[in-house]
Each structure stands twice: as structure tokens, then as C-alpha cells.
Ligand binder design. Structure first.
Ligand SMILES: [Zn+2]
Ligand SMILES: [Zn+2]
Length: 511
């Protein structure tokens, strides 16, 4: 097995444990092990053979055993064990991270499509709308034979205590996640797909508009075939003379009115994304070498990547001294010629307790990308925290405010801060806000992103990756941006390598 396959299996194990609401230190241990394995300079099989697993960062005896098992057998029996033991309802996890929900549904989808009597399957509900956390998963299933499909679903070994209401099945998967299946004959699939994607208020409003315009009842009445034979959701919106409204927007947040006015945003798309502006390497607390991170960015087809390791005060994350930082800049220059990607020098600099910045301006002036973030003294009063962050943004060299609220979903509440004031000062100073794409951050969230856009603030979608695997989290940040109505022009890292430096330099030049 390749290191990457082993790492992916460890990461998957971590996500599945998080689905079950397991101890977060245990989940974290798996993520750390995944990072360590994917960033190794040698084959993991060699490390296993030479019994050196426990020398890896963050790998203790328990995880060493698991890694060895994966390498030697290609499987992880712990996962198989979990699959056969169902959780009592009281222990079920009610806050499922979007990342875990998507990982899980990607794995379940092919199993569902393969069931006898089932012809088509789609993820619907909150996960399709890409909400930051979901309370359960929903799937719409088109069936060719209802009785057969019901039977095969009921017989799935990991779906427990199926409760049927007409053609709707409520069940619990062995991983401890609630799933609702909406079974429907093929002619009704598009209607059901749309209706179960929601949100409820969006669907109700649209149904009323379609009723008024066409006299047709779009909502499916149970047990009654009133199919309109729609082939796509586009056709459904066309009944109301509207363009397709993307699932991420269907929250009754003004999207129907915007569509009627011809002002629906043209949402930013993965193809627009040109490069990551926030990643860590093993110069600070990242797991992988700079070379490995740069190569992973090249593989993703990016035009640029910014190396933004931690600053000197963040000792627990091996923050760089000024001397190390300047060595790093030299190293970046030496790498540049070897790769067909722009490597920006940068830093994630701490915002100290009083709002001052953890590096002198002369040093920041030599860096391409400066992100400033709060990593300490989270419990300051609202007034103090607001002043602190706003003071940091006044610094002409701070281009991006990192993870602006400091929240960790399900673990740490956001710190007290006056977001309206933060947005005002960001707009005034020309500072960008980051959507941090870490699965448990998603910070700023969709609603703040939308307020930022309305205030004319550019938003950067960054991963804060600490290993190659995490660069893929960009898709989560992108989902938040889309939910926040962001278009290509609102997102900083949709600019080309040529343009972005000029954009980033703008704030400095004003001073
Ligand atoms: Zn940070
Ligand atoms: Zn970071």
C-alpha cells in the first residue's frame, strides 16, 4: 500500500469516529497519524518492517498497531467491528461535520445504487445544501421495483431498526448516523430530489409560485402519482420562469426574490480556484516538507501556493524565529526554479493579546502573504477582543485576517467579538477575511461571508493544510463561500498568479 492510501484510511477512521461522537483526542490522534504517514520520505512498509512506527510524530503504541495492521492486511478491523455494533440512540451524535457527512455518503452511495430494485441515488437534505453541520443524512432513491427495493434496503447489514412511513424509511447506520431514505418511482425522482433537498420554506414558496403560474401541484402527494415527468431541476424552476437555484442557496434567504429580479449570483466554482494562500510545512507545525506540499499543490493544478508557517510566539506550534523565517524565505527562492508554480513566501502571524503583531513591519514587508490570526487569550472581553482584532487589521502589512471567530465546531465556541465592527474595519483598511476550510473551523461561516461580500471585502478561501491530504478541504471552504452567495470576483484566490500579488500589495501601497 502507498503511504497515501494508508493515510487516507487513517483519516477515514478519524471521520467515522467523529460520526459516532467519539472522544475528540482519539479522533485527533488518527488525523495526526494520517498527517505523519502521508508526509513520510520513505515507504511506510519499510518503517513497519524496521519497527520504527513509534518514532513518527504523534504515533503511540495503539496507533502503531493500527498502522501495522493496515499495511499488512489492507484493512482496519476496528472499522469492521464498529460496523457490526450499533449505537444506542442516546449515544447518537447530533452534530455531524459536513466533511464527515460527505465522506460517509460518498462511501454509501455505490452500495445503495447496487441494491436490487434501485436505479438512481442522490444525497439530499442538509448535506446537499452543504450546511456546516448536519443532523442526519437523507438520500433520494429512484426505484424500478418498490417492493424489491424496500426489501433490499431493509436487509442491508448496517442499517438498523428501519421504520417505514409509506415509501420513506427512517433508519440508523452502524456508524451511529440517522439516515432517511426517500423511495420513489422513476417518474417522480426529480420532484422528490428537489423536495427533499429543501429547505422546507424554499420548497413551499416555490411550490406556491409554480401553482400560481401553471396551476400545477408540484409537491408530491403520498401514494398518488402526480408526476410532471421532469427530467431535471432546471425544468422545475423553469415552470416558474426562473433559472436553476443552486442547492447551497435554497435557504429562503432571498434567493427566490433575487432569481425573480434576475440578480441571482453566479456562484464561485472549483474551476475558478487558483491557489491556496494558507498552508503549513514542517518548518513549523505542518507534517510535510515544503517540497511535498508544493508538489501536492502542483498536482492540484494550482497557479500558486503561499507558505504561511507560524510566527515566533506560538511556541506549541514551533513558530519560526525571525532568523528561521529569513532562512525559510531563502529556501523558498531556491525551490522556485524547480517547480512550475509560484511559491509565495508568507506567514501566519499571531495577533498578540493587545492587538500588536508578532513580527516587525520590516520583516513583514519582505513577505508576499501576511495572514494574522488569534491563537491565544481567547477569553478576553468582547470589547477587548474587538479592539485587538481591529488594531491588527490597521497594520498595513496584514492582508488577511485568519479564522476570524476562532470557533471549533462541536468543541469551542467562537470568542466574543463584535463582527459588525470587524467587518467595518476590514472594509475600511482593505483587509481580506479568510474562509478557513478546516472541517471543524469553517470560519468565517456562510452568513459572515455574505456580510463581508456586501461590505465589499474580498474573501480568501484557504485550507490551513498541515499535510498534503488537507489541501482537498478547499471544497468545504468553497461550499461555505457558495452558501454565502460569493461570486468569482468576491474571492481573492480566483485571481491569477500575476494579478494576486498586485492585489495583495494594494494595502501596503496606500501607506
Ligand atoms: Zn491559525
Ligand atoms: Zn494556520
Amino acid at each position: 500500500m502507498r503511504n497515501r492510501d494508508v493515510a487516507e484510511m487513517l483519516e477515514r477512521a478519524g471521520r467515522i469516529l467523529s460520526l459516532r461522537g467519539e472522544n475528540r483526542y482519539r479522533i485527533r490522534a488518527y488525523q495526526k497519524a494520517a498527517r505523519a504517514v502521508v508526509s513520510l520520505d520513505e515507504g511506510i512498509d519499510v518503517v513497519v518492517k524496521e519497527k520504527r512506527l513509534q518514532q513518527l510524530e504523534g504515533v503511540g503504541s495503539a496507533l502503531a498497531e493500527k498502522i501495522q495492521e493496515i499495511v499488512e492486511t489492507g484493512t482496519l478491523s476496528m472499522l469492521e467491528r464498529i460496523e457490526t455494533v450499533s449505537l444506542p440512540p442516546t449515544k447518537m451524535n447530533r452534530t455531524i461535520l459536513l466533511a464527515s457527512a460527505l465522506t460517509f455518503s460518498t462511501e454509501l452511495l455505490p452500495q445503495l445504487v447496487a441494491l436490487p430494485g434501485v436505479t438512481q441515488v442522490q444525497v439530499v437534505g442538509e448535506a446537499r445544501r452543504r450546511r456546516e453541520t448536519v443532523t442526519g443524512l437523507e438520500f433520494a432513491l429512484a426505484v424500478s421495483d418498490m417492493a424489491e427495493a424496500k426489501e433490499s434496503l431493509g436487509a442491508h447489514k448496517h442499517l438498523h431498526s428501519c421504520r417505514w412511513e409509506d415509501n420513506k424509511c427512517f433508519t440508523v447506520h452502524s456508524f451511529g448516523i440517522e439516515i432517511t431514505f426517500h423511495l420513489v418511482v422513476e417518474e417522480c425522482f426529480v420532484q422528490t430530489l428537489w423536495q427533499t433537498t429543501g429547505s422546507v420554506t424554499h420548497v413551499q414558496k416555490m411550490a406556491m409560485i409554480i401553482k400560481e403560474k401553471t396551476g400545477q401541484q408540484i409537491m408530491k402527494v403520498p401514494g398518488q402519482s402526480n408526476a410532471l415527468q421532469l427530467l431535471s431541476e432546471e425544468e422545475l424552476y423553469a415552470l416558474a420562469n426562473l433559472p436553476l437555484i443552486a442547492p447551497e442557496l435554497r435557504e429562503d434567504g432571498g434567493e427566490i426574490e433575487a432569481a425573480q429580479a434576475g440578480q441571482l449570483p453566479l456562484l464561485v466554482d472549483a474551476a475558478d480556484y487558483k491557489g491556496d494562500l494558507h498552508i503549513h510545512t514542517d518548518w513549523s507545525d505542518g507534517a510535510a516538507s515544503m517540497k511535498k506540499m508544493v508538489e501536492a499543490a502542483v498536482e492540484l493544478g494550482y497557479e500558486y501556493v503561499a507558505i504561511t508557517d507560524h510566527s515566533r510566539s506560538l511556541k506549541i506550534a514551533k513558530g519560526l524565529s525571525l532568523e528561521r523565517l529569513s532562512q525559510q524565505q531563502a529556501f523558498i527562492k531556491s525551490l522556485q526554479d524547480k517547480y512550475n508554480i509560484r511559491i509565495f513566501s508568507g506567514i501566519e502571524v499571531d495577533i498578540l493579546d493587545d492587538g500588536s503583531i508578532d513580527a516587525p513591519n520590516e520583516v513583514l514587508a519582505n513577505l508576499d502573504v501576511v495572514i494574522a490570526s488569534v491563537h491565544s487569550a481567547f477569553r478576553q472581553s468582547r470589547a477587548k477582543m474587538t479592539t485587538r482584532i481591529c488594531r491588527a487589521m490597521q497594520n498595513p502589512y496584514v492582508q488577511i485576517l485568519g479564522h476570524a471567530t476562532g470557533r471549533l465546531l462541536g468543541k469551542r465556541e467562537p470568542y466574543e467579538v463584535d463582527m459588525a465592527e470587524v467587518l467595518r474595519v476590514a472594509a475600511m483598511t482593505g483587509t481580506s477575511l479568510e474562509i478557513n476550510s478546516s472541517p471543524d473551523r469553517l470560519d468565517i461561516n456562510d452568513s459572515v461571508a455574505r456580510r463581508a461580500k456586501d461590505a465589499g471585502i474580498a474573501v480568501a478561501i484557504n485550507t490551513d493544510a498541515h499535510s498534503q491530504l488537507e489541501l482537498a478541504n478547499m471544497l468545504l471552504g468553497l461550499a461555505m463561500a457558495r452558501r454565502g452567495w460569493l461570486e468569482k470576483k468576491d474571492v481573492l484566490n480566483t485571481s491569477s498568479a500575476q494579478d494576486i500579488l498586485a492585489i495583495l500589495q494594494k494595502k501596503r501601497r496606500k501607506h
